[in-house]
Design a protein around this ligand. Structure first.
Ligand code: ADP
Length: 228
């Protein structure tokens, strides 16, 4: 497991590093055809840099989780603010991938007791997956609403979906339904195990409805008060 982890991390870090190094070399050697191309290269570098930071965040969370040291900083948070931060963060990547995101946040939602950064990370991982595992119909919806005195964050896609058997395993560390697919879209099989860890730490639940070829709906339910 440990070797797997090191190999995956190394691979995931090396790819964007190699591509940005090439772009930087081209810029340094003044081999750009135009100002516009120069700008495009800089934007690519900035994007890869952001992606690397996110990857590293995930790896760090994972490694803290492994050592059982993830400390959460609970405070009263407005659910809509968490959704907005996540949406702002994925916006650029969604645009680049041709994904459309619709957002629906119910009015008058109660605050939840949550660790802000961790809950944003939950939403980011779910939104990233929704985009990665969508093919032709790239319409993704993020809804935040109240149900049974709990606040629900729901991420719905019309992507490749999964079978009930796969669904039972996707929260396992390093589990990926189709490794050739994930090699293409990037990922280490850690995103959802991190999601589950964080949601558990908030005393919440996560439900999945999914159908092969039709799409998936992930619903995170946060009931409110948590034990610290
Ligand atoms: P990865 O880095 O591989 O995306 P995750 O832990 O986030 O790792 O997800 C585990 C696996 O669950 C993925 O490799 C993929 O096979 C499946 N999966 C996750 N989200 C979705 C989704 N929205 N639609 C279809 N499959 C999904």
């Amino acid at each position: 497991m440990k070797n797997d982890f090191v190999a995956t991390v190394t691979h995931e870090l090396k790819t964007p590093l190699a591509s940005t190094r090439m772009l930087v070399d081209t810029l340094l050697e003044g081999r750009c055809k135009s100002d516009q191309q120069q700008r495009e290269y800089l934007e690519l570098i900035a994007r890869e840099n952001k992606r690397l930071s996110r990857l590293i965040d995930n790896f760090l969370t994972f490694s803290r989780m492994e050592r059982n040291k993830r400390s959460l900083d609970f405070e009263e948070v407005a659910p809509g603010a968490l959704a907005n931060t996540a949406v702002e963060t994925v916006h650029e990547n969604y645009e680049r991938c041709g994904c459309k995101l619709s957002i629906e946040v119910a009015e008058h939602l109660p605050d939840i007791t949550a660790d802000r950064d961790s809950m944003v990370q939950v939403l980011l991982n779910l939104l990233d997956n929704a985009c990665k595992y969508s093919e032709d119909d790239k319409l993704i919806k993020l809804s935040v609403f109240e149900r049974d005195h709990a606040v629900c964050f729901e991420v719905a896609d019309h992507g490749i979906g999964m079978s009930p058997r796969e669904r039972s395993k996707i929260f396992d560390r390093f589990y990926q339904v189709d490794q050739s697919m994930t090699r293409k879209v990037g990922g280490a099989g850690l995103g959802l195990s991190i999601v589950k860890f964080i949601v558990d730490a908030h005393g919440g639940t996560i439900d999945i409805e999914s159908e092969l070829g039709k799409g998936s709906v992930f619903t995170v339910k946060i009931t409110g008060n948590t034990e610290e």
